[in-house]
Design a protein around this ligand. Structure first.
Ligand code: MN
Length: 507
């Protein structure tokens, strides 16, 4: 980056990623993991390459404590850390789950000391020091946080950090607990702390003002060597600093490495979304649906010529794919590329006719799915039967506590149908369409995503990733109802599988 030359940076050559998805992330209002899911996520995080997994806070519940115990016993590649207040009893329960790291914390701001802990500054300092000493006596790697550090008077904050360093802490952390720092402030505080101690310094930022990632990076600019982060930026209130955004910024903007396997980021993001039940916004950086989607003709033309024109990083780097979306901003080049993928021979006249139909349709308020584009193409090119794939009928019925679904599809010119049952209309439709498609193609469902907007919008969207003989296909569908969108998405995926196998046979 050109700006690296004129900024004052005190970058460490490698930054340690301290992941707190399973602790601060799980403190998200409404999020809770079953112990099994917690273990599964810990494995995924270790596989992603995080240096430290903060697995939880043992005193919370028996389930929490036993899940953490299971995680520490797995011998994962990451260090496992647990949270603890500066209390003997907390440190004792931490010891029972056998972690590598213990993260002890105590608030140091006057607001917290007076209104929450009812302690004087001296008392807090003494508790911090004795907790660090006690935790060290178990042989743990001790990470100390001064909660609400950014609202703590700086000389007192430095005094606490120096005292815990002397007591044996291995690293210290500057939490911006309520997200009220701005990047220059975070940079200044971190610089002062880095100057005052010899042990590594961490930053832990919250997103109350949308500054968590910016503040974390400001900390790194001032010499922080550890960043606390959560996948998808989940966490209390507005969340924590997002792991994917920090890691990508460090790598591609600052040129600083972490141990994260970038190509696994998207899969882990999807897993966290699914297991935590916290939906990732479409426009979220790196992992959102639209992060690598392009509609505008000018942008698509640029992208097809050279992706760096409108993409700072290739989507494949994060395990994603580029997506060209059709609408009123579409241009001829993106459409040509799409039609070629579906086996149409490109003819400028026909392609422009299709393009105008897309624009008219979008102007009339319609959402343009890939199926819509294909149906326009079939009209314009003539209805060659092998190019026809669409949903003919979807019957849904509520019978007692479960839904029944029946689908009739046309896939690559062949009629096919299937039945299914499920606890919701979507699951019934999903089972019915899977049963139908099983008859014509071998495939496995890798991922399914449904976006059902509020009442008043008339289209739900679904995206399915299926694999067939080791090749992945992404099908997308739009429908007035989520169940219909799911069926349409599967039909589109099946269409691609059929075309792919026909192409293979022809060769
Ligand atoms: Mn926090």
């Amino acid at each position: 980056m050109a700006w690296r030359d004129f900024l004052e940076l005190n970058l460490s050559s490698r930054v340690v990623v301290f992941d707190t998805t399973l602790r601060d992330g799980e403190q998200t209002a409404g999020a809770a993991l079953k112990p099994d899911d917690k273990v599964r996520l810990a494995e995924a995080l270790a596989d992603l390459g995080v240096d430290v997994v903060e697995a939880g806070f043992p005193p919370v519940s028996a389930g929490e404590s036993s899940a953490i115990k299971e995680i520490t016993a797995m011998g994962l590649g990451s260090k496992i850390c647990v949270l603890s207040r500066c209390e003997k009893s907390d440190i004792d329960s931490a010891a029972k789950v056998n972690p590598d790291w213990i993260h002890v914390f105590i608030a140091t701001s006057d607001i917290h000391l007076q209104h929450k802990l009812k302690l004087s500054r001296d008392q807090a300092l003494e508790k911090a020091v004795s907790a660090v000493e006690y935790a060290k006596s178990f042989g743990f790697t001790v990470h100390f946080s001064a909660e609400d550090a950014t609202r703590t008077e700086l000389p007192f904050l430095l005094k606490v950090f120096k005292a815990v360093e002397e007591a044996g802490a291995d690293s210290i952390d500057i939490p911006d607990t309520v997200g009220t720092a701005v990047p220059p402030a975070m940079k200044k505080i971190t610089a002062e702390v880095v100057k005052a101690v010899k042990i590594p310094v961490a930053v832990h930022c919250h997103d109350d003002f949308g500054l968590a990632v910016a503040n974390s990076l400001a900390g790194v600019e001032a010499g922080a060597e550890i960043v606390h982060a959560t996948v998808n930026g989940i966490g209390e209130r507005a969340g924590n600093a997002s792991l994917e955004e920090i890691v990508a910024s460090l790598r591609f903007l600052y040129g600083v490495d972490t141990s994260i396997r970038l190509e696994k980021i998207y899969r882990v993001s999807r897993l966290v979304e699914k297991l935590m039940g916290i939906v990732v916004p479409k426009n979220k950086a790196i992992v959102g649906d639209n992060a690598f989607a392009h509609e505008s003709g000018i942008h698509v033309h640029g992208i097809l010529g050279n992706p760096t024109t409108y993409e700072p990083v290739m989507p494949e780097v994060f395990g994603r794919r580029r997506r060209i979306v059709f609408g009123k901003h579409s241009g001829i080049h993106g459409l040509e590329a799409f039609l070629r993928e579906y086996g149409f021979t490109v003819d400028r006249d026909k392609v422009s006719q299709i393009l105008w139909r897309i624009k008219d349709y979008a102007d009339a308020g319609g959402k343009v799915s890939e199926e819509t584009v294909l149906s326009f193409a079939q009209d314009v090119y003539g209805r060659r039967s092998m190019h026809r794939s669409y949903v003919r009928n979807l019957f849904l019925m509520l019978a007692g506590n479960s839904f029944k679904a029946q689908v009739d599809l046309m896939v690559a010119g062949e009629p096919v149908s299937g039945d299914g049952e499920g606890p919701s209309s979507v699951e019934a439709a999903l089972n019915a369409v899977s049963n139908a498609l099983k008859k014509i193609a071998e495939f496995r469902v890798e991922d399914l995503k449904i976006h059902a907007p509020l009442v008043g919008h008339h289209s739900s969207e679904a995206e399915v990733v299926v694999s067939s003989k080791g090749v992945e296909f992404v099908g997308r569908g739009i429908g007035a109802d989520p169940a219909l969108a799911v069926v349409a998405a599967f039909t589109s995926a099946a269409h691609q599988i059929m075309f792919d196998s026909r192409r293979l046979e022809a060769e």
